[in-house]
Design a protein around this ligand. Structure first.
Ligand code: AMP
Length: 215
């Protein structure tokens, strides 16, 4: 199955993708995680990504697609994937469809997670993330251990540099301007299910399960 988790930055796509990876036995493909890993490696490509990421702007399509094409041709994603934070523009969606078509696949379900901006700002500014495995915590709702060591993998927990209110607002306006159109692309194919992204984590997972079951 190829599943796309869609929604504004901070909607909970990454958190929910991590639960679904175990259940569905397919990998989470997060362009944001891949770009952060590239940035951490100190490569020229990583530096280029950072010019955009640090300002809350979208990375140009050609760079994103180069990254995604490599991953999709790998053995890891041969049985399907959970796309998180990709595609973020209409050209990315068209390119993804073309890559999947070559593999005899298509996006089977788009789950659009709906959350208001004020809730997102509260979530994102309190968010803490493991540098190694991407496990997320929240200062109030799911506090990280006081020693800053990830309970899932022993990695270092940190705050993403783009998790400030100012950058969240910028990322949201990029989402409204460029990413919201991706939903129209998939709506036309009849694969979109909308779910309420506010509530307990397991309630939201259950809503996603139901949305997938009707695919
Ligand atoms: P995320 O972790 O999905 O919130 O992404 C963090 C940042 O990485 C975004 O604000 C963008 O600068 C960049 N990014 C991640 N995925 C994409 C994408 N598919 N297209 C363009 N930029 C992206």
């Amino acid at each position: 199955m190829d599943l796309l988790l869609f929604g504004p930055p901070g909607a909970g796509k990454g958190t929910q993708a991590k639960f679904l990876v175990k259940e569905l036995g397919i990998p989470q493909l997060s362009t944001g995680d891949m770009m952060r890993a590239e940035r951490a490696s100190g490569s020229d490509l990583g530096k280029k990504f950072n010019e955009y990421m640090s300002q809350g702007l979208l990375v140009p399509d050609e760079l994103v697609l180069e990254l995604m094409e490599k991953v999709l041709s790998s053995e890891e994603a041969a049985k399907g994937a959970i796309f998180d934070g990709f595609p973020r523009t209409a050209p990315q969606a068209e390119a993804l469809d073309a890559i999947l078509a070559k593999l005899g696949r298509k996006i089977d379900r788009v789950v659009a997670i709906e959350v208001d901006l004020d809730v997102i700002i509260d979530r994102v500014t309190g968010r803490r993330v493991c540098k190694s495995c991407g496990q997320t915590y929240h200062l109030r709702y799911d506090p990280p251990p006081s020693d800053g060591v990830c309970t899932a993998c022993g990695g270092e927990i940190y705050q993403r540099a783009d998790d400030t209110e100012e950058t969240v607002r910028k990322r949201d306006s990029e989402y409204q301007a460029k990413t919201a159109a991706v939903l129209d692309h998939y709506d036309a194919k009849g694969v979109v299910a909308h779910i309420n992204g506010v509530g307990e984590l397991d309630e939201i997972t259950e809503r996603i399960r139901e949305a997938i079951a009707t695919a």
